[in-house]
Write a protein that binds this ligand. Structure first.
Ligand code: FAD
Ligand code: SIN
Length: 539
């Protein structure tokens, strides 16, 4: 067992983790340094896959837009379950973090007049989304943040390293984290008094997801097992348009900004259908469009619907959406047909570790930022491109908080922490057996979640899911398999799957992304969110 100490440990190297590391690296006072722990390579996570862009509310140059309008759209899309103070804060900070990203070297796309080029996505009243190299926004931002970080001399990187367990003492304060290098089968205790969880989403607990392999809900499970509060766990966002590729495991995204630029959904019979479900038609909130597509697929007995891109024009499409063009080529989908087959799939998690405006969790000096945190920004359904914004805003404010807190690594810890460390000292370090059996259990979990806790759920499906996840948990404990990344991930996935199912059982009504077909409110739900913002103001 190795031991090390740092001022701050950041778990995750997506946009939230890297943005924070860059801000902290500018401060010279962290004499014990900062460590970034990441399960994959530096570029792992959802961030580098982000296509559509980042919300940027800059009325000074985007004169039709306003902070008030962005707040209203966020709350209407979130069905009013949002925390209004958080929405106001994030919206107001958006022009600051846009400028920070530009200072870090991000070059957002411009129009012919060399002005920032704002695009439109679902449920936004105005085009207010900045993008880079067309639909490669996430990659461009990550590259800039990584390049900037090369200049720092007080940041260490532990890649291919998985955070396994938080060290929380009897006084409810953080003392460190146990990490596992899954390539070398080695464990290490990192002592630190400040831990930031930035582990991203949960997509891999579903069979079809736009998320990468790292998104197995680890950070949420770690925090919950250590005693942190979680919230909004029933709210899983399904993106309406992942590329449909028969018999393939991956589900690449076809950005909502394709509809923002004029594409329209069309069913198997060639009928445009979105207007039948919501007055905003193809640009309705994401949960509404995902349900509409699912319904059309059932009605027409089809495994997908199509995006008609003919109104954009093929040449413009290729230039504006180079990533999606490449994805189509790789999957033998001809853009010349004017139709791209799409299907809804898991995309984003509104729930997660409960945090306040300072990114504090209910454990002292444990913070959470990015997709794993539930800040209250999104309510019951996230507005498109608000996630990258949330990552940057909370990373930025947390950097200020940590620079002022500036706590040295712990000098001692109690019996509780010692017991956790002992558990890992005694761990057998050998190569893992039973991998295939663990993988089968993981596949069963994904299947269970997709079939029973998907776009539409009800009491019967949720009870069945609960029973099946318990069976998977029992089967895993019976396996007596040696330790491996996959085993640890499955344990985390089981923990979070149970939290989602139980939250979904508790909420009897349909709202936003939580849609129960046994709920009395199901028919009215699409219309009800209009005016949610005004209702909140009156309250
Ligand atoms: P991530 O970028 O997911 O990074 C998580 C990090 O944590 C990774 O480095 C991972 O390796 C690491 N990690 C995980 N578990 C562990 C562990 N146990 N130990 C150590 N490290 C761990 N949002 C927008 O606003 N605009 C968009 O255009 C947009 N497009 C998207 C397109 C796609 C295909 C996807 C999947 C998402 C998109 N989103 C978009 C959502 C957005 O990209 C994510 O919510 C956001 O990038 C999450 O950033 P993050 O820093 O929280 O986590
Ligand atoms: C997209 O480009 O459709 C994804 C945007 C998002 O998830 O916010």
């Amino acid at each position: 067992m190795k031991y090390s100490k740092y001022n701050v440990a950041i778990i995750g190297s997506g946009i939230s983790g890297l943005f924070l590391a860059n801000k902290l690296a500018q401060n010279k006072e962290f004499s014990d340094g900062i460590v970034i722990i990441t399960k994959g390579e530096l570029f792992s996570g959802s961030s580098s896959l982000a296509q559509g862009g980042i919300v940027s509310v800059i009325p000074e140059i985007n004169i039709k837009d306003s902070i008030e309008s962005h707040i209203k759209d966020t709350i209407d899309a979130g069905c009013g379950l949002n925390n209004i103070s958080v929405v106001q804060y994030v919206s107001k900070q958006s022009s600051k973090v846009t400028q920070d990203l530009i200072n870090f070297g991000v070059k957002f796309d411009e129009n012919d007049k060399h002005q920032l080029n704002f695009t439109l996505e679902g449920a936004h009243s105005y085009p207010r989304i900045l993008h880079a190299q067309g639909d490669s926004t996430g990659r461009v931002i990550e590259e800039a943040l990584c390049k900037q970080l090369e200049k720092a001399n007080n940041v260490d990187l532990y890649d291919n390293t998985m955070a396994l367990e938080l060290l929380v003492d009897d006084d409810n304060s953080i003392k460190g984290v146990i990490v596992y290098n899954w390539q070398n089968d080695t464990y290490e205790v990192i002592y630190t008094s400040n831990i930031v969880i930035a582990t991203g989403g949960i997509g891999q607990i579903y069979k079809n997801t736009t998320n990468p392999i790292e998104s197995t809900a680890d950070g949420i499970a770690l925090a919950f097992k250590a005693g942190a509060e979680v919230k909004d766990m029933e709210f899983v966002q399904f993106h309406p348009t992942a590329l449909y590729v028969k018999n393939k495991k991956t589900s690449p995204l076809v950005s909502e900004s394709v509809r923002g630029e004029g594409a329209k959904l069309v069913n198997k019979n060639g009928e445009y259908f979105a207007k039948n479900y919501h007055y905003l038609a193809d640009l309705a909130p994401r949960d509404v469009v995902a349900r509409a597509i699912r319904q059309e697929m059932i009605n027409t007995k089809s495994e997908f619907v199509n995006l008609d891109i003919s109104q954009i024009g093929i040449e413009k499409f290729k230039k504006r959406f180079p990533t999606i063009t490449k994805l189509c080529e790789e999957n033998n989908i001809s853009l010349e047909s004017g139709l791209i087959p799409v299907v809804p799939c898991e995309h984003y998690f509104m729930g997660g570790i409960k945090t306040d405006l300072s990114s504090k969790t209910s454990i002292n000096n444990l913070y959470a930022i990015g997709e794993c945190a539930s800040t209250g920004l999104h309510g019951a359904n996230r507005l498109a491109s608000n996630s990258l914004l949330e990552c940057a805003v909370f990373a930025d404010s947390l950097a200020d908080e940590l620079i002022h807190t500036h706590i040295a690594p712990p000098k001692k810890h109690g019996a509780k922490v010692m017991n956790i460390i002992d558990k890992y000292i005694n761990n057998e370090i050998d190569s893992c057996d039973e991998i295939e059996k663990i993988q089968k259990l993981f596949d069963k979990l994904k299947d269970t979640m997709s079939k029973n806790v998907g776009i539409v759920r009800n009491q019967t499906s949720l009870d069945l899911a609960n029973k099946k996840i318990d069976e998977i948990n029992f089967a895993l404990s019976e396996l007596n398999a040696s330790n491996s990344r996959l085993k640890y991930e499955l344990q985390n996935a089981i923990c979070v799957a149970k939290l989602i199912i139980n939250a979904a059982i508790s909420r009897k009504d349909s709202i936003g992304a939580h849609f129960r077909d046994d709920s009395p409110k199901k028919e009215r739900q699409n219309q009800e969110r209009k005016g949610k913002y005004e209702t909140i103001l009156v309250k």
